[in-house]
Design a protein around this ligand. Structure first.
Ligand code: ARG
Length: 304
């Protein structure tokens, strides 16, 4: 049923199961090379609506979506990151949102279990890709778990969203599977249905949009990250928080102008990317990107 690309040139080898990086010298931000999994939007469309951004009557320009996606991939590669690509599957229009495919930390991978039946078959497709990699342990989530959409790896802890998609039981399952503490955060605004629409890990700190969280969860974030960057509603409303940081560069929507300026003032280099077609499905930069944490491939040319 699924057709899954396996690495043709390089295979990822796991060098460390640790997600903790050495603290940076104060005032200096350094990028670290990342490994990403992406899924080309060959089958992208919006013909069902499972979040408030989606309108099944809006036409989608797939050629434009593909061009925007290719630009994102090229941008990562130009900045030294390695991109792996899993083939999309016909009939799974949201599979381009690779962040939802699961979680990979070191030599362990947990594939997703989707909340909506429309996306259910993406779980096995990502699982199959993971099984073709040299991970020591690959499991399929038993609980409703939308991967990095709801689980943000923040050094020695995992920040986890619930309320719309991933369940609290999934938070416990993730803590157990990866042996890391999981901090449960409750999402309350349906426009910010995944954690990665309201919070981004930068390096030692985070950026988030407090109004997307319950009062208790927003207070907890303020306590855990007193130096966090606080995003405005304007930037949150263009999914500006749905970005990817390598510790220095932050790849985010080119519409998040205010957030970009805030991040620059904090010493990050921001790279604006136009993903307007994918925004019609409620996704942006991070949604298209599953990070393979703690996985490093050899320095051969990048695979397809
Ligand atoms: N249409 C998709 C959904 O509603 C968008 C997923 C975006 N992914 C993300 N990581 N936030 O599930």
């Amino acid at each position: 049923m699924t057709s899954v690309a396996t690495p043709s040139v390089v295979t990822p080898s796991v060098v460390t199961p640790s997600v903790a990086a050495a603290p940076e010298p104060s005032g200096v931000r350094r990028p670290t090379t990342r490994e990403f999994l992406m899924c080309r939007p060959d089958h992208f469309d919006v013909h069902y609506a499972i979040n408030p951004w989606m309108d099944a009557t809006t036409p989608v320009d797939r050629a434009l979506a593909l061009a925007q996606w290719e630009t994102l991939r090229a941008t990562y590669e130009e900045h030294g990151h390695r991109v792996h690509v899993v083939d999309g599957v016909a009939g799974l229009p949201d599979m381009v949102f690779a962040a939802n495919g699961g979680l990979v930390i070191g030599d362990r991978a947990l594939s997703a279990r989707f909340a909506n039946p429309e996306r259910a078959l993406e779980g096995p497709a990502y699982h199959e890709w993971m099984c073709a990699q040299p991970f020591a342990s690959v499991a399929a989530a038993g609980e409703t778990n939308e991967g990095e959409g709801d689980f943000a790896i923040a050094r020695d802890r995992i920040l986890a969203g619930t309320g719309f998609r991933s369940s609290r039981a999934a938070h416990r399952e993730v803590a157990e599977f990866f042996g890391l503490p999981v901090v449960t955060l409750e999402l309350v605004d349906p426009r910010f249905y995944h954690l990665d629409t309201a919070l981004m890990v930068l390096d030692e700190t985070i950026v988030y949009y407090p109004a997307a969280f319950s009062g208790a969860s927003a207070r907890l974030l303020a306590q855990l990250y007193p130096d966090a960057v606080i995003a405005t509603a304007e930037d949150a409303n263009v999914l500006g928080l749905n970005g990817v940081s390598d510790g220095y560069h932050v790849f985010l929507s080119d519409r998040a102008v205010g957030l970009s300026e805030q991040l620059r003032l904090r010493g990050y280099d921001t790279i604006g990317v136009d993903l307007s077609e994918l925004l019609k499905a409620g996704g942006s930069v991070k949604c298209c990107t599953l990070e393979l944490h703690g996985v490093r491939t050899a320095a051969e040319p990048s695979m397809g």
